[in-house]
Design a protein around this ligand. Structure first.
Ligand code: FDA
Length: 395
């Protein structure tokens, strides 16, 4: 039995590495175990290789969680400014994009380098290519068994993430450990994910693959986001679709405002007065991609006539289509492409201050394995940093 370590962190991702470094700085002897051959794989591919590592504006309402208050403690104790302090310590250049999103100027590798250097500075050991056979509770803590070694430790931190992107090493391991110790796990589903369309819509919209336009999308529960929507050959994607996918439920339609920065009725009325002989198609093509206008008119059965010939009913139908185009997805692309997993270990079973289970002394859950999912925009990494940091102060 190996008794060299006080804490085992399972998962060398964003939350696990942050937690290991923090615990190490407190003088705890920490071992991080991961089955992957590389630490922080998701960090490396995130943000198109530049990692959207946090956001300028982080609020609890940027997160989905069955207990909306749960995130408050960790997010307020380790903020985006704390992570920016770490970025400054390692002289990593970064920039801000739309909606306060912060990205590395150069490469996401720099974020992994920071975390690995922090672990090294805190004397936390990171061991990769290590499968975990079992985690058992014993009087003095836990026994964690790998194929070659049995470790006895006081604390175990589960930081194995969610189910998204199995090809990057995602597994349900964390949920299984939770269930083994009697903790509830809330149903999971793919989040921040493109949606797919029914065959008839796919056929109608197929030629738009690659077309992108700024829209506002509202889900049935009246949550809405404004950003770019992208037509793909299987459905809809782009930042606004990923955002709303967190709130979409199967069977529901999405309401799409195709011209969110315009008062459509007023603009169309003015255009009708100014250019009564202009066709509806040419009018709309001033505001929307031409290919999309052609498909939209056909799909909505709107006649292309001069504006002056539009009957009241037809005029209203155009306004309605432009401001609330309805489309009913038939599903999502699932965990294969999802950025996050919604649901997970029930936060009611965990202390929001330390991330320790209320019923199992010394067992912690951090990061995405917990039922906390952020919006697109650096919020998920901020949750990983904050929850990892919180557990690192106590484990
Ligand atoms: P994470 O998934 O990072 O780490 C879990 C670790 O556990 C992995 O190293 C894995 O190998 C290991 N593991 C799993 N099962 C195991 C087992 N059975 N045994 C041993 N080890 C095991 N967020 C954001 O804020 N900004 C962004 O730009 C992006 N971009 C982005 C792009 C893509 C393509 C994806 C898929 C995701 C994002 N995200 C994101 C989301 C973000 O990557 C995610 O929320 C965090 O990585 C979660 O951190 P965790 O440490 O909880 O899990």
């Amino acid at each position: 039995m190996n008794k060299d370590f006080d804490v085992i962190v399972i998962g060398a991702g964003a939350a696990g590495l942050m937690c290991a470094a923090q615990a190490g700085y407190r003088g705890r002897k920490v071992l991080v175990l991961d089955h992957a051959k590389q630490a922080g794989k998701k960090i490396l591919i995130s943000g198109g290789g530049r990692c959207n590592f946090t956001n300028m504006d982080v609020e609890p309402n940027n997160y989905l969680c069955s207990n909306p208050h749960f995130v408050k403690s960790a997010l307020s104790r380790y903020t985006q400014w704390d992570f920016l302090g770490l970025i400054a310590k390692y002289n990593v250049a970064y920039h801000e994009r739309d909606f306060g999103q912060l990205f590395c100027d150069d490469s996401a590798k720099e974020i992994v380098r920071i975390l690995m250097s922090e672990c090294q500075g805190a004397n936390a050991t990171v061991r990769l290519r290590t499968d975990i056979k079992s985690v058992e509770k014993v009087d003095s803590g836990f026994v964690v068994e790998t194929p070659s070694v049995k470790y006895q430790v006081e604390s175990v931190v589960v930081a194995t993430g969610g189910l998204s992107m199995p090809k990057l090493g995602a597994t349900p391991f964390g949920y299984q450990v939770a269930e083994q110790f009697g903790l509830p796990v809330l149903p999971t589903k793919a989040g921040l994910v493109p949606v797919t369309l029914h065959q008839s819509d796919k056929d109608a919209l197929s030629e738009l693959s690659g077309v992108s336009l700024p829209v506002r999308i509202e889900s049935k529960d009246q949550t809405s986001f404004a950003a770019d929507m992208l037509f793909t050959h299987r459905g809809l994607s782009g930042p606004v679709v990923l955002q709303i996918s967190n709130y979409w439920l199967p069977g529901e339609a999405l309401n799409i405002d195709l011209l969110p920065s315009m008062d459509v009725e007023q603009s169309l009325t003015e255009q009708k007065q100014k250019s009564p002989n202009q066709s509806l198609k040419n009018t709309l093509a001033q505001w929307l991609p031409k290919r999309f206008v052609e498909v939209l008119l056909a799909e909505q059965k709107l006649a292309d006539k001069p504006l002056k010939q539009l009957q009241h009913k037809e005029f209203d139908a155009v306004v309605q289509t432009l401001s609330a185009w309805q489309i009913k997805p038939n599903g999502t692309e699932g965990y294969r492409t999802a950025e996050v997993t919604l649901g997970g270990v029930d936060t009611n079973a965990i202390s929001s201050k330390s991330m320790m289970c209320k019923t199992v002394q010394g067992l912690y859950f951090v990061g995405e394995v917990v039922d906390v999912s952020g919006w697109l925009g650096g919020y998920n990494f901020q949750w990983a940093w904050a929850s990892g940091w919180a557990a690192g102060q106590e484990c």
